[in-house]
Design a protein around this ligand. Structure first.
Ligand SMILES: Cc1cc2nc3c(=O)[nH]c(=O)nc-3n(C[C@H](O)[C@H](O)[C@H](O)COP(=O)(O)OP(=O)(O)OC[C@H]3O[C@@H](n4cnc5c(N)ncnc54)[C@H](O)[C@@H]3O)c2cc1C
Ligand code: SF4
Length: 429
């Protein structure tokens, strides 16, 4: 379940970059190493977009496989007004199985509940639709459902995972394979490693460096709503994005972030903020007039921002916010842009998307708990995403991120999975 925004990290995100609060470190691979896999990922996930408009766009070896999604009239109007005011809005790259030139045959019907909801007609380019369902008939593929991996067991030397222990509907099962890949997400992959501690790996599997679970990142994100006098009847709003402040601004030398749209808000989402912000407005009226934005700035990797487990093996998230100035500035930039957009210059936080105190359920873009690198002292995985300390264990999800940039992480996770996937057959012989 995700919102189908499929962005590449910028080329510069792979390099060391100074931020106001510290350094966003370099990755062990360059953008050029991942570029062919970004192109494969965009083709596989049928991304709609247009190159050459976003000034921060990294070089690409092929055009997007599909044309950009059309803006609905209110968003087209914003697009043109932003252009007129000197900004560079661009069509947000989006993974939908949609054919806007042939609606009767389009799997996606462009409904109003894409963001944050599963697609009921299987038309969102997600892992289930694109990668899992199409291969289920194959002889060498078995999908085991209702199964929670609870532990990885190793050989006596600790160098190989020998058994994957699973709780399946309350019954323990064990699986084995010459290569084991865990892809449970940044929080849960770390949890599996930590709870698999044994005599050879007393701090948790692959955790001799004590890096498993550390450097957790999830973006400094804010979902914000602007109210406009004009109604906004848009159904699918996520077609526009702005990166003009991604690398900084005239008045700020450090990276600031990305602005994009989120799914159209609905009345009940405003319950918490409405009375003070817009007295007299009904919640539904507010939703009819709202224009909804998602702002992302980079949070910097900090070893103290980490996942640990309590004595019931439940995830404990320790997180102290950093790099907050960029987030504040991004909000102010959006406020100044609104003057050109016929919108109320004050924004309200949309708590339906992001709570003030962030619970684990609010951390959509989590990454970084098993970072990859060439130094086993400072990373969990090698450059192929194999655990430094084990010969047959790979972690392939957003855990490997070294830094998070300021765009949505999924396309990078997909591209990296394709990169690692190309390497695995060599291992299987
Ligand atoms: C509402 C929402 C909207 C989002 N929109 C976007 C977007 O538009 N664009 C974007 O790039 N990103 C988006 N994201 C973020 C995106 O969903 C994640 O970055 C991405 O899914 C991470 O992929 P992953 O493979 O690391 O983990 P996941 O997608 O979380 O996959 C991990 C899988 O492992 C399973 N699992 C966990 N623990 C175990 C276990 N012990 N045993 C067995 N299975 C286990 C989980 O059930 C899950 O299926 C969104 C997130 C949310 C919540
Ligand atoms: S039908 Fe709706 S939920 Fe499904 S992909 Fe299209 S817009 Fe998204």
């Amino acid at each position: 379940m995700y919102g189908a925004a499929l962005f590449r990290l910028r080329k510069e995100d792979f390099e060391e970059r100074k931020h106001q609060d510290g350094v966003s470190p370099a990755w062990p691979i360059r953008y050029e190493n991942l570029e062919p896999y970004y192109t494969q990922a965009e083709n596989l996930y049928q991304v709609h977009g247009e190159r050459g408009i976003d000034p921060t766009e990294p070089p690409a070896s092929a055009p997007y496989p599909h044309p950009p999604l059309a803006h609905e009239p209110r968003i087209q109007e914003l697009f043109e007004k932003l252009q007129k005011s000197g900004h560079h809005p661009f069509p947000a790259p989006t993974g939908l199985l949609v054919n806007e030139q042939d609606w009767p045959n389009s799997p996606c019907v462009r409904c109003d509940s894409c963001d944050g909801f599963p697609c009921l007609v299987h038309a969102k380019s997600d892992a289930e639709v694109i990668c899992v369902r199409p291969i289920l008939g194959r002889e060498n593929v078995t999908l085991v459902t209702n199964a929670e991996v609870t532990k990885l067991e190793t050989s006596a030397t600790g160098r190989e995972v020998t058994r994957v222990i699973v709780d399946r509907n309350g019954v323990e099962e064990a699986y084995s394979g010459s290569i084991v890949v865990i892809s449970a997400g940044a929080a849960n992959s770390a949890r599996i490693l930590l709870r698999s501690a044994n005599d050879e790996h007393p701090r948790g599997l692959a955790n001799g460096s004590d890096m498993v679970g550390r450097n957790y990142m999830f973006h400094n994100s804010t979902a914000l709503v602007a109210l406009s006098k004009q109604e906004n009847p848009t159904r699918f709003q996520k077609t526009l994005s702005v990166n003009d402040y991604y690398f900084g601004a005239d008045d700020f030398e450090y990276p600031i972030g990305n602005i994009q749209m989120i799914g159209k808000s609905r009345g009940p989402m405003f319950r918490e903020d409405a009375p003070s912000f817009a007295p007299g407005f009904s919640l539904d009226e507010m939703a009819r007039h709202s224009v909804d934005f998602w702002l992302s700035s980079e949070d910097l990797p900090d070893p103290n921002n980490r996942i640990t487990l309590n004595d019931k093996a439940e995830i404990q998230l320790h997180y102290t916010f950093n790099n907050q100035e960029a987030k504040k500035r991004l909000r102010r930039k959006l406020e100044s842009m609104l003057e050109h957009l016929d919108c109320h210059p004050h924004l309200i936080p949309n708590h339906a998307y992001l709570h003030k105190t962030i619970p684990i359920a609010g951390v959509g873009h989590q990454s970084g708990t098993c970072r990859f690198g060439s130094d086993p002292e400072t990373s969990v995985l090698d450059v192929n995403c194999k655990a430094h300390e084990l010969d047959n264990l790979y972690v392939v999800d957003t855990s490997f991120f070294v830094s998070i940039g300021a765009v949505n992480p999924s396309l990078t996770a997909i591209a990296n999975a394709l990169r690692v996937g190309e390497h695995l057959p060599e291992r299987l012989g």
